[in-house]
Design a protein. Structure first.
Length: 530
């Protein structure tokens, strides 16, 4: 829905250069602000998806275990999720330009330090540092745009912002594959150095300073920071460990429930404190609340689907990382088109059209993937990639406008942090839950699929112990196997994996249809009420 404009009288400070300074006009140009924040956004988005490609080589080079490699991803995710809203609040209070640039500088230095670390412990520690500085950077990108763009142009700015985010995430496997194959795994992190330097220099020249001056004399909400960080850490840790521990295990359930309990306590405390970290009044706006949920669902689908699609293309179809990345280019190209298109449609018709429409594109992509098998032609693969890219780009633009555009200007950083937190939690859930669904389906059906493919019953039951490998698309074959048995094991293993994929996409399809209904009904009612 269109951005609310009732709060523009809230005092904000912009710090222009002295009269006569040529930079005054430069810092007043919102489109230059958009270009500046796009550098930092692209760096973080690219980094988030190239690491998955580099992980196997990191493990081989540093002698890391599978658990160690999980922490390469999890340490970053935990630090990011715990600090995103804090990063937005700091920007709102002390200066969005300042904390954006601090985030860019810290993220760049941490990236170089990862390549120089020389040990898996160092990699994990600096990945956590990357996550923290990313949390300072990300929410202030949207907050800076919210502060400089008028409401009528904010939607288009968010559309371009969403396009940069989608494209950088989708390009990660291609860039990462090229660097890992032809340079070193360290280069995956070193590539952030030139991008970060460009972001710092350009940002320092063109970004205006803005802050909520009304908050200058407020007491900073330290208890709120502690409660929110503890709750988010527990929830995200439980989610990322759910696939390993088991979703019904006491450890997983206890960790997630403890995190939820702390977050409930956080909400109660925020309602009672005079100067909250995350004002609960934001959630009185139905479009903002629904937009937050839709952002989480959007990245649940995107990151979860990309994860198992890459397993399918590399381990089942035998493509290299670069070849797999090239085959997913239709997703990137579609998101390039969909993000500004979604922003334009949102400006004209409101998020009540574009959020449901984007969700339905994702549902169509999910249900189309039910037709895939281990030998599908590329003609069956690219249409779902296009539909997914269209859906993700459209939903990202509409939901970002719904969340940040409907928050008061003074809370732009907090709203950006809320949106980014929902994005990260949704992505973590998508990867963990969908991988668990695939693993569960493979575990129950592998022996049957092997016997159906012609593997003797006794051998099939023995090979079913390799269900974890099969859930990653890897068939338990060896060079000593007779050719006929090897062929049957490949056929049965891949059929079991595809059965798991079909279960996962059926779930994403149902969830996105439900998301479309909630967005259509909820946002429509909100618009009618206004």
């Amino acid at each position: 829905m269109p951005s609310s404009t009732t709060d523009h009288a809230v005092p904000l400070t912009h710090t222009p250069p002295p009269r006569g300074d040529a930079r005054r006009g430069v810092r007043a140009n919102p489109w230059l602000t958009l270009i500046a924040v796009a550098f930092g956004l692209f760096m973080v988005g690219l980094d988030g998806s190239v690491v998955a490609i580099a992980n196997p080589e990191i493990g081989r080079d540093l002698g890391a275990s599978t658990a160690d490699l999980q922490w390469v991803t999890n340490s970053y995710l935990l630090a990011l999720a715990a600090a995103l809203i804090l990063g937005g609040k700091l920007g709102d209070r002390f200066g969005r330009r300042t904390f954006y640039l601090v985030g860019v500088a810290g993220f760049t230095v941490a990236s170089v330090a990862i390549g120089l670390a020389g040990s898996i412990g160092g990699v994990v520690a600096f990945r956590a540092a990357q996550g923290f500085f990313g949390a300072l950077l990300m929410p202030n990108t949207l907050a800076l745009l919210r502060a400089v763009f008028p409401p009528k142009k904010f939607g288009m700015a968010v559309g371009i912002w969403a396009m940069v985010s989608s494209v950088s995430t989708a390009l990660g496997p291609i860039v990462g594959g090229l660097l890992v194959e032809h340079v070193t795994w360290e280069s995956v992190f070193y590539i952030n150095a030139p991008i970060g330097v460009a972001a710092l220099v350009f940002g320092a020249l063109v970004l205006p300073q803005s802050r909520n001056t009304a908050a200058a004399d407020e007491r900073f909400d330290i208890p709120g920071v502690v409660l929110l960080a503890a709750g988010l850490l527990a929830v995200v840790f439980g989610v990322v460990k759910g696939e390993t521990w088991g979703w019904a295990s006491p450890g997983t359930l206890g960790t997630i429930l403890a995190g939820v309990a702390v977050l409930v306590l956080f909400g109660l405390y925020e309602n009672r404190t005079a100067h909250p970290l995350l004002p609960m009044r934001l959630f009185r706006n139905p479009a903002l609340t629904i937009g937050t949920v839709v952002v989480a669902l959007n990245f649940f689908v995107l990151l979860g689907v990309i994860f198992f699609v890459m397993l399918y293309l590399q381990n089942v179809r035998g493509f290299t990382p670069v070849e797999a990345g090239v085959r997913t280019l239709p997703l990137s190209l579609a998101s390039v088109v969909a993000s500004p298109l979604g922003a334009a449609l949102t400006d004209r018709f409101g998020a009540r059209l574009t959020m449901p429409l984007g969700m339905l594109f994702q549902a169509a992509a999910s249900f189309w993937m039910l037709t895939w098998d281990a030998h599908s032609s590329y003609g069956a693969l690219w249409p779902p990639f296009v539909a997914l890219g269209l859906g993700v780009g459209m939903v990202m633009a509409a939901s970002s406008e719904a969340v940040v555009g409907n928050a008061p200007v003074r809370d732009g950083g907090v709203a950006g942090g809320l949106q980014a937190t929902a994005l990260q939690i949704g992505g973590a859930l998508g990867t963990s839950v969908l991988v668990s669904l695939i693993s569960s389906r493979v575990g129950t059906g592998l022996a049957g699929e092997l016997t159906d493919a012609g593997v003797p019953v006794a051998a099939a039951h023995g090979l079913s112990e390799a269900k974890d490998a099969v859930a990653m698309g890897v068939a338990p074959v060896s060079g000593e196997m007779p050719a006929g048995l090897r062929s049957a094991v490949l056929e049965g293993s891949h059929a079991a994996f595809m059965s798991g994929v079909h279960t996962a996409v059926l779930v994403t399809g149902v969830l996105t249809v439900l998301g479309a209904v909630v967005a259509a009904v909820g946002v429509r009612r909100a618009a009618a009420a206004e």
